[in-house]
Design a protein around this ligand. Structure first.
Ligand SMILES: Nc1nc2c(ncn2[C@@H]2O[C@H](COP(=O)(O)OP(=O)(O)OP(=O)(O)O)[C@@H](O)[C@H]2O)c(=O)[nH]1
Length: 353
């Protein structure tokens, strides 16, 4: 273990990437393989339901106890810097057992650059340095052109020129996240073949404003020595990380909406999954996550959907908690039809009695 004095800056790794790219899965892996470091984790979610924080707290151990895992829910880390983010980081630094490395998971819709700028704040700058920005990109989604439909036309120049802003909101977030990266991890390699992986790599390379290491990753498994300890001091290197929102103090999240759906017990998990797949196709849903109460099952079902890919897992008994289904749904604002989504999910509720 490294010996640290109070004069040493605490390294922070920012883990970013679009909704559902696998950020929480990577952090779980890093928590399980901390390389002797005492960790703290700050997780930011777009929706109001703290699913990621809950998942991470269930992995707490002596290297990263539950009090070292904090959530900034219902927001965008980049817009709440002064009010929420800085005080939270200061709280982490004041823990009796000072963390030796802090991992920050941004929400999948956050632009990482305003966050990097926060590390320039006087109270933070002298005590923390951004060791690196790790950007995850879902290899299958990228290869299918879900972010940049015409990769040949993607020109890094456009990032610097507001007048050429023809991007979709999805593409803008994706490009900003790549622009900030020190390393790009192409996640979910099990869902693509070799050609798909190479295609995704080409798209990322064309979008990135400078040459970057692009590494494949499955189920969050990567040698922590590759992603931690980069010493990038990203806060000193902002100009090399262009953003669509450079020059704007504020940015809007109106392009995306989240809704929380509360329901009683669900009859059949397979039919619920099928209904979510149909919704993802027809309502352009980007992400669904939360907990489901299945009639007759003592365990709660953790449900995660990224586009049409749905994963479920019974994670723990309900115990004394009310058996209630609660899902957060995130979609593009122009496409979301809250009534249709609610009706389709309510159709899966178990009949009374
Ligand atoms: N097939 C496959 N699924 C994966 C892999 N990594 C993560 N997933 C799944 O993808 C879903 C989203 O993973 P998360 O780690 O929650 O993604 P995230 O980026 O933290 O999601 P948000 O915080 O909502 O943006 C989960 O169902 C994971 O189990 C992988 O390598 N392969």
């Amino acid at each position: 273990m490294t010996i640290r004095t109070d004069l040493d800056k605490i390294p922070v790794t920012v883990i970013t990437g679009f909704l559902g790219a696998g950020k929480t899965t990577l952090i779980r892996h890093l928590m399980a393989n901390p390389q002797g470091r005492r960790l703290a984790v700050l997780v930011n979610e777009f929706g109001t339901l703290g699913v990621d924080g809950d998942i991470l707290k269930s992995c707490a151990d002596e290297n990263c106890p539950a009090e070292n895992i904090v959530e900034l829910a219902n927001g965008c880390i980049c817009c709440t810097v002064a009010d929420d983010f800085i005080p939270t980081v200061e709280r982490l630094m004041a823990l009796p057992q000072r963390p030796e490395h802090i991992l920050i998971e941004t929400s999948g819709l956050a632009l990482p650059k305003p966050l990097l700028k926060a590390f320039d704040w006087p109270s933070i700058r002298s005590r923390i340095t951004v060791d690196g920005v790790i950007t995850l990109a879902d290899a299958e989604a990228v290869a299918q052109g879900r972010f940049a439909s015409d990769p040949g036309a993607v020109d890094a120049q456009r990032l610097a020129d507001d007048s050429l802003d023809h991007d979709t909101p999805l593409a803008e977030v994706f490009e900003d996240q790549l622009s900030c990266a020190d390393i790009v991890l192409l996640s979910k390699t099990d869902l693509v073949n070799k050609a798909g992986l190479e295609h995704a790599r080409t798209i990322v390379t064309e979008i990135a404003p400078r040459p970057l290491p692009v590494l494949p990753m499955r189920d969050g498994v990567i040698d922590p020595q590759i992603v931690l300890g980069l010493g990038a001091a990203a806060e000193d290197d902002l100009a090399a990380r262009p953003s669509h929102h450079d020059g704007h103090d504020e940015h809007e999240h109106e392009d995306f909406d989240s809704m929380v759906i509360d329901l009683p017990e669900i009859a059949d998990p397979d039919r619920l999954v099928a209904a979510i797949r149909t919704l993802a196709r027809e309502q352009h849903i980007l992400r669904v996550k939360g907990y489901v109460a299945i009639r007759g099952k003592p365990m709660r079902l953790l449900l995660q959907a990224v586009g049409e890919r749905v994963r479920t897992q019974y994670d723990r008994p309900w115990g004394t908690q009310p058996r209630q289904t609660r899902l957060v749904v995130i979609a593009e604002h122009d496409h979301i039809d809250a009534t249709a989504i609610h009706a389709a999910l309510a159709g899966q509720v178990a009949p009374r009695g």
